[in-house]
Design a protein around this ligand. Structure first.
Ligand code: 4AD
Ligand code: MG
Length: 444
């Protein structure tokens, strides 16, 4: 008896062998003497047709139930692989009338499915997305491994607000207020945990830079947190960020090259390994216009000129989401690097442009569907310059990195969920991961 997951059974069918499968019934067609069940086990987007003589079944065999089926693997007259069941065990029944929210052969709108985060991995749409996410992650690791980058796990608990945007989640109870109160009560530092404000990280960059200055090219892929009060289709409170830091990097072009290669590599690989899923996620599944085109580069100033010509007003706060998408449209929906940003719009650690200290060597990559998907820069590597800009004494360790065997570095952060959106044309970021978190939504 061959016990395999469906991917193996369907990719390498052993016709004529007794085969056991375990999975969930996705569809049932009842005929006079036979029942046809489509069974899926989550390992791929395909389903196995199981032919079941009626006398082997009970009412418990229904849409949504979990089953174990043993039978002979065969080919139907039409050439379809099917399992001729001789044993059917319903492992868990699924009683739709008790509130199961999904129905067979029906495409439920994503907003509806989102109400059932705990059950939605049973839908075709979400299960395909989760398989693509899995594959994409593997391909990202492969990309960096093949280039000899070191994978580093940066901390989630931290005392820095890397981006300085004040969007940190505080970890209680160690707020400065708590510490102060404890001190006033005459308690010593041992009675508090970290003894200073502690946050969930908004970016692993500063820690990544430390290791980069000791070991060369590094990257990390991990959870990051932003207490942004944004309920848009592009923002989450918790998301995964891929961050890379390049050693001996003194030109933005070096970063751009890695980012563009990465995009194209993971796109081709994921399409290769998960094409079926990509068709399920996006019925059009058009190969995006950019897959074989060179990405475009424009300066911030040029971006502003494009927007002004379109009659769009740009505020002091920079380019908004709608404007980002307008720029991408203007560039023929090819991803656009916007480089050389006004200093005041960007974070303290960015390096000033040579010959123009009002600008920093920063880049944002804008793409169709999401607008900004990557943010990066060269890092300020001059001790004195950084000392002036550093926002807090708590970052003295970061400053000190410039004192001992310092090197120029540059790096970037890519939102994994936004990358999923771009690659699969997923309009709402909340559908790119199993349990999205956004304001007022952390219950499940
Ligand atoms: O542009 P950001 O804020 O850059 C940084 O954090 C740098 N420290 C990264 C680095 O240089 N190592 O964020 C990087 C990317 C954004 O371009 C976006 O794709 C994603 O992270 N991102 C979010 N994704 C989902 N929800 C949010 N609230 C996000 N905020 C940023
Ligand atoms: Mg950014």
């Amino acid at each position: 008896k061959r016990l395999s997951n469906l991917t193996t059974v369907l990719e390498n069918p052993k016709i004529g062998e007794v085969t056991e499968v375990k999975g969930w019934v996705k569809n049932l067609r009842v005929q006079k003497e036979l029942i046809f069940a489509d069974v899926s086990d989550g390992s791929c987007g395909k389903k196995l047709q199981v032919v079941i003589p009626k006398h082997l079944t009970s009412d418990a065999l229904s849409y949504g139930s979990s089953v174990r089926i043993v039978g002979l693997l065969s080919k139907s007259p039409r050439g379809q692989i099917e399992l001729l069941a001789d044993t059917v065990n319903v492992l868990g029944s699924c009683i739709v009338s008790e509130g199961y929210p999904f129905q067979p052969r029906k495409t439920h709108p994503p907003e509806y499915v989102r109400q059932y985060l705990h059950l939605r991995s049973r839908t075709n749409y979400i299960s395909s997305i989760l398989r693509v996410r899995n594959a994409l992650t593997m391909h990202i690791y492969d990309f960096f491994r093949s280039r000899n980058y070191l994978n580093v796990h940066t901390p989630i608990l931290t005392s820095n607000d890397c981006e300085g945007a004040g969007e940190v989640f505080k970890v209680q109870p160690d707020s400065d207020e708590t510490v102060k109160a404890m001190m006033q009560e005459g308690k010593d530092r041992d009675s508090v945990y970290f003894g200073s404000n502690t946050f969930l990280t908004v970016s692993g960059q500063l820690h990544l830079e430390a290791v980069c200055r000791g070991m060369g090219n590094v990257y990390t892929l991990g959870p990051t947190f932003r207490a942004e009060n944004s309920r848009s289709r592009l923002h989450l409170s918790e998301f995964y960020m891929l961050e890379a830091e390049l050693a001996f990097c003194d030109r933005l072009e070096q970063l751009q090259e890695v980012i563009e290669d990465l995009f194209k590599y993971v796109f081709v690989k994921t399409r290769d390994t998960n094409e079926g899923d990509m068709w399920i996620i996006d019925k059009e599944n058009e190969v995006p216009s950019w897959s074989d085109k060179k990405f475009i580069t424009i300066t911030y100033e040029e971006a502003i000129n494009i927007l002004m010509k379109k009659g769009l007003n740009v505020s002091d706060e920079g380019i908004n989401k709608e404007q980002e998408l307008a720029i991408v449209d203007h560039c023929g929906k090819v991803p656009v690097f916007v480089v050389r940003w006004p200093k005041e719009l960007k974070s303290f650690y960015m390096k000033e442009c040579q010959h123009d200290n009002t600008k920093v060597d920063a880049l944002d990559l804008l793409t169709p569907v999401t607008g900004e998907v990557v943010g990066g820069s060269l890092r300020e590597d001059d001790y004195q310059n950084l000392k002036v800009k550093i926002p807090s004494e708590r970052l003295n360790w970061y400053l000190e990195l410039r004192k001992y065997g310092n090197i120029p570095t540059g790096g970037f952060g890519l939102g994994l969920e936004r990358l999923m959106q771009v690659m699969c044309n997923i309009s709402n970021i909340k559908d790119t991961l199993p349990f999205p978190r956004w304001p007022h939504n952390c219950d499940m």
